[in-house]
Every structure is written in structure tokens, then in C-alpha cells.
Design a binder for this molecule. Structure first.
Ligand code: CO
Ligand code: ZN
Length: 330
């Protein structure tokens, strides 16, 4: 699993530019799938057929990551940019980003008159070593993501785009471990989550699932002076109860807790006060669906060093397999 994590978290794939991610994930799931398709937006959808006695279940993990998009190039060859998803200025200064063609740039900001205050994104720029728009290796509309190698320390994994490549890993591993299921399970590796759960929305409209389960990260509050959130690394996957975009289906939350207890998987309960996931899109698709989310606690979300714990990842895989392999009565 470590090799798979490394492969996915180091790969390029800002929202709208998920082609490479899809190429990496496809061979992992193709041998297991009864049907495999890619829709117009780029969602990768793999079906594992049930025995006909279960429900239609959609599992969603997003392939995309936050990033930067070139908005214009100055006459000196510096790139001004706009954000793709929730990019925070304080995570950028001095960091490196990579474009689809391999070009790497350094992000910096204009002079700070007051070092206690950071500039907004439009006062930042990317330096790719160009001296004019003509010799610049990228153009307006090109997108970049952070560059970072996977760091493994004890049970901790640190990398860019843990959000949500680690969710993709959980979905792939659960798919591999799922020997049999009563349900028709659609594993969806979705696009454009970070700009508003757009991929999952169209996939859910097409699949029209009875039950939708997202697998995503949630911020951990176990760091100094963090916003209060009783989610900690290493205490098990979190079962989402509420975030700013959805209230999870109470029956599904109850079932998740029950399956976790039966299989002695430690778990935490999540009430997130900022952000949402593909579960919202699945809940609101068509005439409405049962939806919930398994979250992997993550420190430093939306920074180049998102950190998760292997025990929580293993727990999330186990919980997802328990849910999918048994009847779902809500
Ligand atoms: Co995110
Ligand atoms: Zn996410």
C-alpha cells in the first residue's frame, strides 16, 4: 500500500486536470471491475456487481487536488495566478509548484510592508526562470499543483494532496479486499471536488445510488491553538455527522458506528465547521439520496505537507469493506 500511496500523492492533478491521475488509478481497478467507464467530465467509474439482493451504492473519492492557474504573464516573465479551490496564501511563500509539462516554479509574494500580515493571492507570483512571456515554458490557463515527496515517519505519512489521494487509496484497497457483496458498488474516482464537488454531482445523477459514501480527509484539531475540533490523528477514521454542506443521513451514521463497533475498529465522530465533500453532491443528486462520509483525520489540510496516520487509513479501509460486504438496512 505504501507504494500506491507514494505513486498517488506525488502525482500531478489539480481540479480539471486529472488525466494523469486517472491513468495511474485505472490499472489498479480495471482487473477487479465488472464495468469501467469514464464520463465526459473525466470521472472514472468502476462497478462491482452484487448478487442482486442489495442496493446501489456509490463510493466517491476525489482524484483532484487544489492548485494555481496562470492568469497572466508579466513582461518580465513572472506568472500571476488565480486559485483552483481553497488555496491559502500562508501556505505558498517560498514553496514550489509543478505544471503538467514538468515545469517547476517558486511562489513568492510582493514586498510585505508589515511582516505580521500576509498578502492576498493576487499579490503573489510564480517564478519559473523566464524573463519574458515569449520564453516562458507555460501559458495562461496552465495549472500547477504543489510538489512534495512522500515523507514516512513511523506511522505518519506526509505529502501534498493527501486530500484526497489517500481517499483514493482507501477506495482502491477496499475494492481489492471486497471478496463479495450483495450490492452493486460503483467506485467513483471523481473530478473537480475542490472547486465544488462537480464531478461527483454528475456521476451521482447518472448512477442514481440508493446510498452514497464519500471517502475524504477531515482536518485534525490535535495541534497547538487549532480551531477546536476533537479529531486526532491515530484514533481511527472519523464518521461524518455534519459539515457546512450536509448533514449525514442519521441511519447511515448509525450503521457506520455499528459496523465499526462489531469489527472493533476505533472511530471518531466528525462535526466540521468549514468545508464539505462529495457526500453533499451525492445527497442532493436527482431526488435526493442517503449519503454519508468516512473521513481520514489530516493535519495541515490544504498545505504542501498534509499529514495522516496509517492506522486511520487501515481503519477506514476496514470500515468501508465491512459496510459494503454486508446488507445495508437503514
Ligand atoms: Co480539500
Ligand atoms: Zn478533499
Amino acid at each position: 500500500m505504501k507504494e500506491l500511496i507514494k505513486k498517488l500523492v506525488e502525482a500531478y492533478g489539480p481540479s480539471g486536470f486529472e488525466d494523469h491521475m486517472r491513468q495511474l488509478i485505472r490499472p489498479e481497478i480495471e482487473p477487479l471491475a465488472d464495468e469501467l467507464s469514464v464520463d465526459a467530465m473525466g470521472n472514472l467509474i468502476a462497478l462491482k456487481k452484487g448478487d442482486g439482493r442489495g442496493l446501489k451504492v456509490m463510493v466517491a473519492a476525489h482524484m483532484d487536488e487544489i492548485g494555481l492557474m496562470v492568469s497572466h504573464i508579466t513582461k518580465e516573465g513572472f506568472l500571476r495566478f488565480t486559485n483552483i479551490g481553497g488555496v491559502f496564501p500562508h501556505t505558498l511563500m517560498g514553496g514550489r509548484v509543478q505544471f503538467a509539462n514538468g515545469t517547476i516554479g517558486v511562489v513568492y509574494s510582493e514586498r510585505l510592508p508589515d511582516w505580521s500580515k500576509i498578502h492576498p493571492l493576487d499579490k503573489h507570483y510564480i517564478d519559473v526562470g523566464a524573463s519574458s512571456p515569449e520564453d516562458c515554458p507555460v501559458e495562461v490557463g496552465d495549472a500547477a499543483g504543489f510538489v512534495q515527496q512522500l515523507l514516512v515517519q513511523g506511522s505518519r505519512y506526509t505529502a501534498k494532496s493527501m486530500d484526497d489521494r489517500i481517499g483514493c487509496v482507501v477506495a482502491i484497497e477496499a475494492f481489492k479486499q471486497l471478496a463479495s457483496t450483495p450490492h452493486d458498488v460503483y467506485f467513483v474516482f471523481s473530478v473537480q471536488e475542490e472547486v465544488g464537488t462537480r464531478g461527483a454531482q454528475v456521476a451521482a445523477n447518472r448512477i442514481n445510488p440508493d446510498v452514497g459514501i464519500a471517502v475524504d480527509i477531515t482536518p485534525a484539531g490535535d495541534v497547538p491553538e487549532s480551531q477546536f475540533m476533537p479529531i486526532a490523528l491515530g484514533k481511527g477514521p472519523a464518521i461524518k455527522v455534519k459539515d457546512t454542506g450536509m448533514i449525514a443521513h442519521a441511519g447511515l451514521v448509525r450503521l457506520m458506528k455499528q459496523r465499526a463497533s462489531e469489527a472493533t475498529i476505533p472511530y471518531q465522530l466528525e462535526v466540521l465547521e468549514r468545508g464539505s465533500t462529495d457526500a453533499r453532491a451525492m445527497q442532493l443528486a436527482n431526488a435526493g439520496n442517503v449519503a454519508g462520509c468516512i473521513s481520514i483525520p489530516c493535519r495541515f489540510a490544504h498545505s504542501p505537507s498534509e499529514t495522516v496516520d496509517n492506522g486511520d487509513v487501515e481503519g477506514a479501509i476496514k470500515l468501508l469493506v465491512e459496510l459494503l460486504s454486508q446488507p445495508i438496512e437503514l
